[in-house]
Design a protein around this ligand. Sequence first.
Ligand SMILES: [Fe+2]
Ligand SMILES: [Fe+2]
Length: 267
Amino acid sequence: MANQDKVIELVQLTDPHLYADKSTGLYGVNSYNCFEAVVAEANMQSIDLALVTGDLVHDESEQGYKHLRLCLQRLNVPTHLIPGNHDDLTLMRSEFKHGMISCDKRVVVGNWQVILLNSQLPGQVPGHLNEKELLWLEQCLSNKSVPYSIVFLHHNPVPVGCKWLDPLGLDNADKLFELIAANSEVKALVWGHVHQEFVEQRAGVQLLSTPSTCIQFKPRVDDFELDLLPAGYRWFRLHADGNLESGIKRLASLPEGLDADASGYGI
Ligand SMILES: [Fe+2]
Ligand SMILES: [Fe+2]
């Protein structure tokens, strides 16, 4: 029988933007090497469960997902994936059909249920939760056998304060918040996509975003600008009494080759 008092150690990695070609990446940064380094950093801590929340592969290549597997299997823990605007869901599902790394959309660990939503709108950058996803969330939340929930998706459901980026977030966040407001067991809503840390509280729910494992976007600016911060990941400690601790862990140095003067964007 599982120990219900155990603290669950969860890590969220996001936006690795891998390519079929392992020698390339974004804005001068080799995204494979960077992802490998963040995975190694995360692996220094104890982990029960890992999530990778979208923009897994930038060029929608089969090989990119194989590279992802190669890195993630070093964690050697159950790992769940959701797509971002860059992913090819068919390729992703076919690569991660069985085994420890999966596209399963719900996992229960101790007193916590982790719910994963697909906010991808194929061919578009902004996100949307279709009826099926909203129904899925509603069904998960109506199961009262697990006392606490945490919800993950790729797109930001609230503006993060970047004028260029905010129109590219989730376009029907009101429906998501309606469901969350009606279910007080939801303790946090977490996303990627914005390549920066964001922390806010809304009616007892922590709203959190996470830096990319590759390049970072500067917070609170009107136009696209890279942020000169190292890549990182978010850690969570989920307590059996519903308490949730979370923080960001970054690598010690900026990624090699970063083109800090880059303009334009490719999220
Ligand atoms: Fe991204
Ligand atoms: Fe994205």
